[in-house]
Design a protein around this ligand. Structure first.
Ligand code: GDP
Ligand code: IMO
Ligand code: MG
Length: 421
């Protein structure tokens, strides 16, 4: 099983690359996260954003698995499946869902909003899809799982959980006006959900591996949003790293082959939290405009900045990345000079290149290496050899610094705008 995951703060272009690589696999499987993800695919003039459905869904021969590590909103899933209508996808055949995945219920979304409001200016900038409260219930051994919807006492279990949530919501004085309408949508979606292919996905995954079938595990979010290693508490609530693919699918670490680490040629972040190389000037604004950096799930403008090598090295280390994929190289076309952060300078003047525990709460100054930009269009570039010399130098410098080969460079959002080395 190979794993593909984001090395930054999400939105690196995972959806595009899973779709590009999918024909080399028999199975694509999501292992964590939920509707907070927004994975964009572009092909044949279509642009489509997936939230919970794996990005292999547009390849008819691929089995797509939503694994046990995912938190799943039935309302969002129904909308997503309805949205696939125009592509004539046989989702009964090529989409299966783990009975051990956790269900997001309406009060999880209200709790998400209540908790964010209570944090004031310390808010996380959550997508408010109910992710944190749902994982909290999972770990707290109180959650509902996909298999539960088939049980005759599902409604009873649901009511017990909602009563508990209402106590907390009342503590936060959070209004419940929207709940009745949300519940009506939820139970309609649950009826639809029952008709889908609900399975014990860990058997399907391991049987496939025993039969030497190839599986690509698709990560959501990014390593710097990981609940253990991200910029806590400004993180998501799941394990976004390679190890998460093992627990989120029921696969032994010994079965992991390649770990594809995907990064943008610069950095973006949505929501709050530290971002050492963030640009607040016209350069950052130009990056956002050129990269169309607005959230795929929430539409929020993404914060933009130069590439951060200490952060990238950290993500490569904790994931054991074996191949790097560099995305959105074309967005840097507009710059005459390109900067890369090589170190951080602490308030004491000391220079470091590690993401220590203390660094989250510190104002660090990025130290940059400046490189000459290629400053031209990459529209007609179809191979690495045709890259402008400055872009080749950029790639070469990164490979040398990161000590992992960059095997793929993406130069546009379409499936075809992908250059393999
Ligand atoms: P994901 O969450 O990692 O799947 O990434 P998103 O879909 O949230 O955000 C990536 C955005 O960049 C999407 O709008 C993609 O269509 C777009 N994109 C992906 N690769 C490239 C690229 O190489 N160049 C440009 N310009 N856009 C890209
Ligand atoms: P994909 O898979 C970018 C961010 C949110 C917020 C923090 C916590 O498309 O890369 P949550 O809703 O999980 O409670 O939010 O994490 N976040 C993402 N940022 N891409 C994502 O997913 C994200 N999923 C969550 O903005 O800062
Ligand atoms: Mg995204």
């Amino acid at each position: 099983m190979d794993v593909l995951l984001g090395l930054q703060w999400g939105d690196e272009g995972k959806g595009k690359i899973v779709d590009v690589l999918a024909p080399e696999y028999e199975i694509v499987a999501r292992f964590q996260g939920g509707p907070n993800a927004g994975h964009t695919l572009e092909f044949d003039g279509f642009k489509h954003v997936l939230h919970q459905i794996p990005s292999g869904i547009f390849r008819p021969q691929i089995l797509n698995i939503i694994g046990n590590g995912v938190v799943l909103d039935p309302i969002v899933l129904k909308k997503e499946i309805d949205g696939l209508g125009k592509y004539s996808i046989d989702y009964m055949k090529n989409l299966v869902i783990s009975k051990k995945a956790t269900i997001i219920i309406p009060t999880h979304k209200l709790l998400d909003a209540a908790l964010e409001t209570s944090k004031g200016d310390k808010k996380i900038g959550s997508t408010l899809k109910g992710i944190g409260p749902t994982y909290q219930d999972k770990i707290g051994r109180a959650a509902l799982r996909v298999g539960d919807i088939l049980s005759p006492d599902f409604r009873e279990k649901y009511d017990i959980l909602v009563e508990k949530h209402k106590t907390t919501l009342s503590f936060y004085n959070h209004p419940l006006d929207a709940l009745a309408e949300m519940e009506s949508q939820f139970f309609t979606a649950v009826e639809f959900f029952k008709t889908l292919n609900l399975i014990d996905s860990e058997y399907v995954v391991n049987d496939a591996l025993s039969a030497n079938k190839r599986i690509l595990a698709e990560g959501a979010q990014g390593s710097l949003l990981d609940v253990d290693f991200g910029s806590y508490p400004y993180v998501t609530s799941s394990s976004t790293m390679a190890a998460g693919a093992c627990t989120g699918l029921g696969v032994s670490p010994s079965k992991i082959g390649e770990v594809f680490g995907i990064f943008k040629a610069y950095c973006t972040r949505v929501g709050s939290g530290p971002f050492p190389t963030e640009l607040f000037d016209a350069t950052g604004e130009a990056m956002r405009k050129e990269g169309k950096e607005f959230g795929s799930t929430t539409g929020r403008p993404r914060r933009c900045g130069w590439l951060d090598l200490p952060a990238l090295r950290y993500s490569i280390m904790i994931n054991g990345v074996t191949q790097l994929f560099m995305m959105k190289g074309d967005v840097l076309n507009i710059f005459e000079e390109i900067k890369i952060c090589t170190n951080y300078e602490l308030p004491t003047g000391e220079r470091i290149d590690r993401l220590s525990f203390e660094i989250t709460d510190m104002e660090v100054k990025p130290i940059y290496k400046v490189m000459k930009g290629w400053h031209c269009s990459l529209a007609d570039v179809h191979s690495y050899e045709e890259f402008p010399a400055e872009l080749r130098e950029y790639v070469h410098y990164l490979e040398t610094e990161l000590k992992v080969p960059i095997k793929l460079v993406s130069v546009g959002p379409d499936r075809t705008q992908t250059i393999l080395r």
